[in-house]
Design a protein around this ligand. Sequence first.
Ligand code: SF4
Length: 431
Amino acid sequence: MAFPKTVAFHTLGCKLNFSETSTLSRMLENEGFEKKDFEDKADVYVINTCSVTENADKECRYLVRKIQRKSPESLVVITGCYAQLKPKEISSIPGVDLVLGAAEKFNIASHLRELTKGDSALICSCDISEVTEFKPSFSINDRTRTFLKVQDGCDYNCSFCTIPMARGKSRSDTVQNVVNNVQEIAKKGTKEVILTGVNLGDFGMSGIDNSGEKTKTYRRESFFDLVKALDNLDGIQRYRISSIEPNLLSNDIIEFVANSDKFMPHFHIPLQSGSNKILGLMRRRYKRELYAERVQLIKSLMPHCAIGVDVIVGFPGETEDDFKETFDFLHSLDISYLHVFTYSERDNTVALDIEPVVPIHVRHERNKKLRNLSFMKMQYFTGNHLGETRKVLFEKGSESSMMEGYTDNYIKITTPRREEWVNELVDWKLA
Ligand code: SF4
C-alpha cells in the first residue's frame, strides 16, 4: 500500500481515552492524513481500547471483523489500555496489523510510515513500569466543552483495579503547560474545560529522577496549585473537576471552589462502598466517615452543589448487611446522582483472591437497587432547584431538532434547538 492518507478512529471507554483519541487524530491530521468517520472507508483504522470495559476483547474482535468486511486492505491499529495489558491476545485477532502500548501510542505517525499489511501483527509495547513521560491531550468537541488530560497513571493499588498496570506511574503535566494548553483551547472559542486524569487529585508528579537504578517520579506541584492558576486566567468561563478521590479533595480545594466564579459547583467523588470493611478489602485510602465529612463541607458552603458518586456493587466479601450499609449510607448523604458499577473479575488483581464471591444475579439485583436510588436522588436534587434561574451552556450535539446543555450545577436541560444558543451561556429558569 502507498503511504496511507485517510484515518478513522473508534474510542472505547472513558473521557481520558476520548481526549487522547482527539489528540492522536490532530497529530495525524498535521502529518497530512484526512480524518474519516469510522463508518466510512479509510486507509487506516485506529481503535483506542479500554481495560475497564467488560468484554474489551469481544468488542475489539467485533470492530476488527467489521473493518475487514468493509475494507480488507486497510491497516488496523489497536492501542489504549487493553492493548497495553493484553498485547499478545490482541495481536492474535485476525486482521490486526499493529498493537501500540502506552508509551508508543503517541508515536503512531512514525509507526504508520513503516507499516504494511501483513499476515501477523506487530507489537510495539514496553513494560509499563518504564513509562514515565506525560503526554498532554485534549478533545475539542464542537468548541463547547473540552476534556483536558492533566494527569495520567496511578500509584494507588486498589485491589480491583487494572488501571495502574495499563497506564503506569502517576505523572502529570506542569501547571505552566496546562495554562498554555488552556490558553490555546480558549482561542478556539471553547467556554468550558473539564480537567481529567486517572487520579486527578494526585496532580503534580511531574519531576523525573533518573539518578538511581530505576526511574522515579516526584512531586513538584499540587492539584490545588493548578486550580488557583487556572482560576486566574482569562478566556475560559467554566471549569469542572472530572473525578477526584475523597482523600485528595482537601478542604482548601472545596473552600476555593466555593468562592470561585469559574470552578463550577459540581464534584464527582468516587466512594465505591459505604462499608468500611469493604473499603478496606478494596484497599481504598479513606473510610466512610471522611467521605461524609467532605460531602457535609461541600453542602454547607455550596448548598446548590451537585455531587456525583461512583459505587461498585458485588465486590467479593460484600454480604447483604454490607450492601445495606452502603445503601443506607448513600441514602443518608446529600448527593445528587450515582454511577453504579457491577464488580467484575479482572486478571492479575488482588481482589480475585478475596472470598466469598458474590453470585452474578445478586450483583445485578444490587446494581438495580442503587440505580433506583440514583434516580430518586437526581429527582430530589433537580426538584430542589425548580423556580431558580441558572446559567446553561448549550452544546451543538447531534443535528437533531433538540439541543442539550448543563447548568452550573450539572442539571441537564433539553430543549428545542435554537442555533443562536450553541456555545452560549443562557439564563434558564428551571421549571
Ligand atoms: S485510585 Fe484506585 S481505582 Fe482509581 S485508578 Fe488508582 S488504583 Fe484504580
